[in-house]
Ligand binder design. Sequence first.
Ligand code: ADP
Ligand code: MG
Ligand code: ZN
Length: 476
Amino acid sequence: MDYEIVIGLEVHLQLNTKSKVFCGCSTNFGSAPNTQVCPVCLGFPGSLPVLNRRALELGAKVSIALNCQIAEKIRFDRKNYFYPDLPKDYQISQFDQPLAQHGILTIITGEAEKNIRIRRVHLEEDTGKLFHQKDSSLIDFNRCGIPLLEIVSEPDMNSPEEAYLYLTALKSILEYIDVSDCNMEEGSLRCDANISLRKKADKELGTKTEIKNMNSFKGVKAALEYETKRQMDLLEDGKRIAQETRLYNTEKGVTEPMRSKEEAHDYRYFPEPDLAPFNFEKSFLKAIERDIPELPEPKKNRFIKDYLLSGYDAGIIVSDKNTADYFEKCASLYSNPKTIANWLIGDISAYMKDNNVSIKDLNLKESYLSGMLKMIDNGVITGKIAKTLLIEAIQTGKDPEKLVKENGLEQISDVKLLEAATSQVIAENPKSTEDFKNGKDNAIMFLMGKVMQKTKGRANPNKVNEMLREKLKGAR
Ligand code: ADP
Ligand code: MG
Ligand code: ZN
């Protein structure tokens, strides 16, 4: 059977405010349990919520960045349910009048662009955190009342890969506009994934399951891949999909049932009487709009146009704002942007990945990288030396130019020195010399490698190549 996969994502984002959304308690992560609480977030009778202006600003910022229509009127609702981590027995959230609706997020699938519609964005408060032990449970209310933004997509993604791309594109935008640290391990960004299958010809959507408990984007993708297969197998066997919430078991790599739709809550939403509805002033929204920097998509297009980068290179560089800024600074100091991109995407990215650091943590000033690239162009150092020089510059925080002088890393172009090295290598490697004689051209590469070894990577590779060929020509 030819099935279509249908996926919609619900993302909860912790906004990076200093204080909670309806009281003045700190939002600091990792403090001792129950030290950041007050009558409001503990739900004491008679306490009253006051909306955090900053949380609202950040929520509006996200909404604008996701091309949403912002509500004329803002209202909060109570979502009623009982659970130990929710001391008020209701969560202040937004129901039928969310902060914003009808947005668009563009993802790049292969070479094509695809628009994923955003259904709604709303502001709400987080719950506390339970720690289940052997015979008891502990509760930390520090997280109660931390501002969350829920971002709900339409079911517009058609593969686990597209879901992954949506999440990375979303995270990139959220980081650009600086509204959250987007740290999945600390729970600043959480994702529930809804997935169903349907036959290609079907008009109606199939029955969905909702998967919770994923703590990385890769985990979301893996869970969706597993769930696709599970649903497919059931449908192939002529069975029905039960509408239910499932948990992803990271260790086993499977989804397991958590609760069925029959157990679903009736939240009995009603307007929050302690927070009066209000309208945004135009100037308030205008100010927020002005505060939004150039976003990844337009930046990418500009990089392609202004710096003649490939779409692929530009896409990687703009995915992180600091890397994009770094690139532009370098491009103002050094004239070949493509070379800068190659180093950023190649050796520098590899170093950051291996050491789990970001470009901001690197001790490599923009002037250092561009200076090093100029040294290569001017024949001061070889490309080979540059690779090790780069790492040393990053690790010591020193200017590569200084390091070249200090450590005598200049390229050797001196004919006498190179003559000596090549002759010696030819004498020491009769086998390769013989191979070259018999027409194996790549034996030259081996011999060049040897010369490089002898000169610690400093020999001018073009000169060495020329010299070796000249010397071996007679032999051939
Ligand atoms: P619920 O009431 O169960 O939370 P909603 O209709 O509010 O469901 O949708 C929640 C999320 O599930 C949204 O992101 C939406 O795009 C997605 N979704 C809804 N129906 C389906 C479906 N049949 N298959 C996949 N995703 C779906
Ligand atoms: Mg849901
Ligand atoms: Zn409080």
